[in-house]
Write a protein that binds this ligand. Structure first.
Ligand code: ADP
Ligand code: MG
Length: 463
């Protein structure tokens, strides 16, 4: 009996599915289309060259096995790479034209009155692919990033959402893509912006009646990187404008790169239409690095700092600092500082000392209660009042400020912060944070108070 190609591929898929994790299956196998079966050779269609290379590099054994199961030892696999459909390109913004108009369009990154034709990408040149050590923890995200850098807007990874816990390299990787694009395509307009800055620019442009200027500026970007999009939570107007910009860029085959501390589906207070757009491309996570990768990262940073450490010290640090690359760097810097200040050799004992301080520091978490205590104490109001319904001005300010600090200095969600303040809901927390920011803008003394309290909260961790 002659087997039909769809049936053969269907059987291959169920074998593959049983042998890899669901996320990889979804990313790498669901997009494949079987095309034909001829002389024991199955042709499958993949979205692009990178995709094909990735399959060959990572799944060739699995593919082969599944094919042998179906077609016997003679079974062969051929790839067909999907040619991009140019008819779907839509309105094309010509680069030169956009640049010529650049001086007419208000660039929120420059002081008004100063003309500039090429947009400053706001990138840190240290964040390159070379300095981003590869490991199993970041393989997918890193490779997808490199594919994008060679062909921004032209891969299936649009948008690319890089997500993962704090200190695992999201900002580094996102900027590495931007830097690499500029290296390869110096004429492209690349722009990196944090969600916070983006939001502030929008607030500013609304105030100045300049929202359309703002959008026109962003429409000119070829590669837009927006960092930490979880901070857009609850910001309705910002999300609306971002939605518009996103659609414009995506339709015009411009690349969008986003980072987030959680997968798109878990973003809170985010419009569904935005979340569904984030899922159009690829969401790739950064995991905590494995022991060997931690060692490799540490060695790389040592070389950069120009120090050599005994192997047992490197191993000791890599073994103990597990969940955060920034901490790994932090330990190295402290170690160098301690050794220099105390004129000591870096040995295992010094490493133990430094790590002990570090681990103590990082394991102690800022709690909402400790913030409430500090603020109540500072404003000299009883801490229970922060939970109460009192509208007394001094209490209201202390309450709002506590919420603001809780939002910024803990990982608690808006919802759980609200619950900590007498069962208020998340919109009250959002409102309070805004009220505090507004007050800081207009009242410099208040701003100093906030800074001082922030420091105190941090210090309370070490005390
Ligand atoms: P995130 O944005 O996820 O909080 P960052 O991108 O700021 O994390 O990374 C924290 C620090 O760790 C940075 O100094 C970055 O250079 C470094 N880092 C993270 N991952 C790697 C890696 N794979 N190789 C080298 N350095 C890394
Ligand atoms: Mg970051």
């Amino acid at each position: 009996m002659v087997k039909h190609y769809e049936q053969v591929w269907g059987n291959c898929l169920s074998f593959i599915k049983d042998n890899i994790n669901p996320q990889s299956f979804k990313t790498w196998f669901e997009p494949i289309k079987p095309i034909r079966l001829q002389d024991q050779s199955l042709t499958i269609q993949v979205p692009n060259k990178f995709f094909y290379e990735w399959l060959e590099e990572n799944y060739v054994g699995l593919l082969k096995q599944s094919l042998v199961n179906e077609l016997g030892k003679q079974g062969r696999l051929e790839y067909q790479i999907l040619v991009p459909d140019h008819r779907k390109l839509g309105v094309k913004v010509k680069n030169d034209e956009a640049l010529m108009n650049a001086s007419a369009i208000k660039n929120p990154f420059v002081i008004p009155g100063i003309k500039r034709t090429k947009i400053n990408p706001q990138l840190n040149a240290d964040y390159s692919f070379d300095s981003f050590i590869e490991g199993d923890c970041n393989k997918l995200a890193r490779s997808a990033g490199m594919a994008i850098a060679s062909n921004p807007g032209g891969t299936a990874f649009n948008p690319l959402v890089i997500f993962g816990d704090v200190g695992l390299g999201k900002t580094h990787l996102a900027q590495a893509i931007g830097n690499e694009v500029l290296e390869k395509f110096p004429d492209k307009n690349v722009l990196y912006v944090s969600s916070e800055r983006f939001t502030n620019q929008i607030i500013e442009s609304i105030k100045n009646n300049a929202v359309s200027d703002f959008m026109n500026f962003y429409h000119m970007i070829d590669v837009l990187i927006v960092d930490d999009i979880q901070f857009l939570a609850g910001r309705v107007k910002t999300q609306e404008i971002f939605f518009n910009i996103f659609n414009h860029l995506h339709q015009n085959k411009k690349q969008v790169i986003l980072t987030s501390d959680r997968p798109p589906k878990d973003l809170e207070d985010m419009e569904d239409r935005l979340i569904s757009r984030f899922k159009w491309g690829l969401s790739a996570d950064l995991q905590a690095p494995e022991f060997e990768t931690r060692q490799a990262i540490l060695s790389f940073k040592m070389e950069k700092e120009g120090v050599e450490l005994p192997l047992e010290v490197v191993e000791f640090i890599s073994y103990n600092i597990k969940n955060n690359v920034r901490e790994l760097e932090g330990v190295l810097i402290s170690l160098i500082a301690q050794a220099t200040l105390n004129r000591r050799h870096i040995d295992i004992n010094l490493a133990k000392q430094v790590i002990q301080n570090f681990v103590k520091k990082i394991n102690r978490e800022v709690t909402v209660d400790s913030i409430k205590d500090l603020v109540a104490n500072h404003f000299d109001v009883p801490v229970e009042k922060l939970q109460s319904q009192t509208r007394k001005r001094s209490v209201v300010i202390a309450r709002q400020l506590s919420m603001y600090l809780a939002k910024n200095l803990t990982n608690k969600s808006l919802k759980s912060i609200g619950e900590n303040f007498g069962g208020r809901d998340h919109s009250t927390v959002i409102y309070s944070c805004k009220a505090v920011r507004d007050l800081m803008d207009t009242d410099l003394l208040f701003k100093d108070t906030v800074t001082e309290l922030e420091k105190k909260v941090q210090l309370s961790l070490n005390g």
